[in-house]
Design a binder for this molecule. Structure first.
Ligand SMILES: NC(=O)c1ccc[n+]([C@@H]2O[C@H](COP(=O)([O-])OP(=O)(O)OC[C@H]3O[C@@H](n4cnc5c(N)ncnc54)[C@H](OP(=O)(O)O)[C@@H]3O)[C@@H](O)[C@H]2O)c1
Length: 372
């Protein structure tokens, strides 16, 4: 009998469920011959008939063909994890060598291109990507779920009945709540979560911009996921992005949640870039109360003891370092999309209810963002 990790690292495809910004980023950088997108399934899909939806809304590609888009790199290429074969091949591409020189040794960045299906244009760091939409899940060896938090359960409910029970599933959602819900729904399956600081966006349906290179941590949520960790990390690292195994992924997700809870709702309510919240009255009047609530919740949920003042400093450091950025929550509001507030400040309100901790600031921010 084959070991879990052995199976995951062998043949088969890495299937990406959620062909948005994050999904397209990983898809563009994974070995193209091993990667494909899972389409939305219609409500009446049966076990034997995969019926992709007619309308792919913002995806705007026909499920009968391939998912095609242009990857634009504004993040520097190649990191410590880039496969040796890719690093060796830089010499034959002077445009890559120039980019490598601009990469700070303090912040090694990951970027790959060798596995894309078309040639890059050396003048503007663009690469064409073309990957199939999967019509059957038989050959899937790993699933990356890159839907928004609120869509994750429905997307997996559609697909998991068609996928073997030992296929690892990696959840890429921001915030918290959706990950635990998935793990509780399928406790026997190998469910993992990822927390990533890679940044990607889609200025138009067929363009994917890798806006900022970062780090990705992956950790097990269910018992059976632990065996798959080395193989999953190794497969994701094939992208050249920086991928790390994380023993306590929920704690890692909490750390990101703190920052998102302290920046995103203010940017959405004030309709401003991250840095501008710091001088606003709304922020000044609420940040201490917010950090006091989060400090209590953090301790109740994770046993981490972090003083409110330290949390405020962490939030403000990120806001200053990303001063001109538009948060995903602000971008969602601007585009008329549903935000992930229920999985950020809304999740904190739910935690407060569980622990008997009052969360008036989180509740106010949740209510106001929901009302936008
Ligand atoms: N973008 C980033 O830089 C970034 C960074 C870190 C973490 N994250 C997190 O990663 C997650 C994904 O973010 P994103 O920016 O990639 O979002 P996104 O661009 O909106 O992509 C989500 C994709 O999922 C698709 N989808 C929704 N329901 C589906 C279903 N039932 N079956 C199949 N596909 C479905 C959507 O299709 P439609 O377009 O048709 O709705 C969309 O293409 C979020 O939780 C986000 O917070 C994002």
């Amino acid at each position: 009998m084959m070991a879990a990790g052995e199976r995951s690292g062998g043949g088969g495809l890495i299937a990406i469920l959620g062909a948005g910004s994050v999904g397209r980023l990983w898809a563009a950088l994974l070995p193209s011959e091993h990667c494909a997108f899972l389409p939305r399934l219609s409500i009446d899909a049966s076990e034997h008939e995969f019926e992709p939806r007619r309308s792919f809304s913002r995806q705007e590609v026909s499920p009968e063909t391939r998912c095609e888009y242009v990857l634009v790199r504004s993040a520097p290429p190649f990191g410590a994890n880039a496969p040796a074969s890719r690093q060796r091949s830089r010499a034959s591409r002077p445009w890559l060598a120039r980019e490598v020189l601009r990469t700070s040794p303090m912040a090694p960045q990951g970027f790959g291109r060798d596995f894309l299906t078309a040639s890059p244009d050396p003048e503007d760091n663009r690469s064409s990507v073309s990957l199939p939409w999967l019509r059957s899940a038989e050959s899937v060896r790993l699933i990356l779920v890159t839907t928004k938090a609120g869509d994750t359960l429905a997307a997996l409910n559609d697909w998991l009945p068609h996928i073997p029970g030992d296929t690892p599933v990696v959840l890429f959602q921001n915030g918290l709540g959706s990950q635990q819900t998935v793990a509780e729904h399928w406790p026997e399956r190998p469910i993992l979560a990822a927390s990533t600081t890679e940044g990607a966006n889609r200025p138009s349906p067929d363009v994917l911009v890798h806006a900022g290179a970062g780090d990705t941590w992956v950790g097990a949520l269910t018992t059976s996921a632990a065996d798959h960790m080395p193989s999953v990390v190794q497969q994701l690292a094939e992208t050249g992005l920086r991928v790390h195994a994380e023993e306590n992924i929920l704690q890692r997700l909490w750390q990101k949640l703190v920052i998102n809870a302290g920046i995103n709702p203010f940017t959405a309510l004030l309709n401003c870039p991250n840095g501008d919240i710091l001088s606003s009255t709304l922020y000044q009047q609420n940040i201490d109360g917010l950090c006091a609530e989060i400090s209590l919740l953090l301790h109740a949920e994770t046993s981490m003891a972090i003083a409110p003042g330290v949390l405020r400093e962490q939030i403000e450091t990120v806001a200053r370092n990303t001063a001109s950025n538009t948060s995903s929550m602000r971008a969602d509001v601007m585009a008329g999309r549903k935000t992930e507030i229920d999985f950020i400040n809304g999740y904190l309100v739910q935690c407060g209810e569980r622990h008997g901790i009052a969360t008036p600031v989180n509740q106010m921010l949740t209510n106001r963002v929901q009302g936008l």
